[in-house]
Design a protein around this ligand. Sequence first.
Ligand SMILES: [Zn+2]
Length: 196
Amino acid sequence: MNHRHLLPNEIDLLLDSEVGFGVAPLRAHVEECAPCRAQVDEARAVVEALERIPRFGPAPSFANRVMADVQVIEPWHVALTAAVSRFIPRTTGMRVVFGVTASLASIAISSAAVWLAFRGDVAMYLAGLIDERLRATLTAGAASAVRGLLGSGAIEAIGAQGMAAVAVGTAVAVVAAGSAALGLRAMASASRRSRE
Ligand SMILES: [Zn+2]
C-alpha cells in the first residue's frame, strides 16, 4: 500500500481512464484504500451526472438579435466611406454614368449659384416675390461682393455682357441639370434592378 492517499489530480487521471506511467500504482492504492475508493466513486458519479445533463446553447439568431441592439460607434470617416460607397455602382458602365451625372450635377449647381450671384436681381425681379427695398439691398450686397472679389470693373463687364451671357449661362445650367436628372434616373432604375 502506498504511503499517502490520492491527490485530486490523481483522481482525475483515474476517471479519465488514462493508461500510462503512474496510473497502475494509483489503481493499486484505490483497490486497497476505502476512503480513496469512496472519493473516486463519488467523483465518477458527478462526471456521469454531468454527462447526462442536456446541453443548452443559444439559438442561432441570438447573436444577431443582440448585435441589433448594440450601438456600434464607428469613426466618422468610416461611416462617410460606407455611405459614399453605397451610392457607387458596381458595374463599370454604371460607374461612368455615375461619374458623369455627379459632374453634371455639380456643374448645374455651380452655374445656378454663379447665375444667382451675378443675376440675383433679375431672378428676384422675375419672380416678383421680393419687395423693392429688400431687392435693392440684396443687389447692392451682391454688387459689393462681386466688386470685392473681382474688382470694380467686374460689375461693368457683367452689365456689358447683358442678356446674351445670361441666356448662355441659363442654357448650360438647364442642360446640365437635365442630364444629371436623366443620369440619376438611370442609376435609380439600375439599382432597383440589381436589388430584384
Ligand atoms: Zn487512500
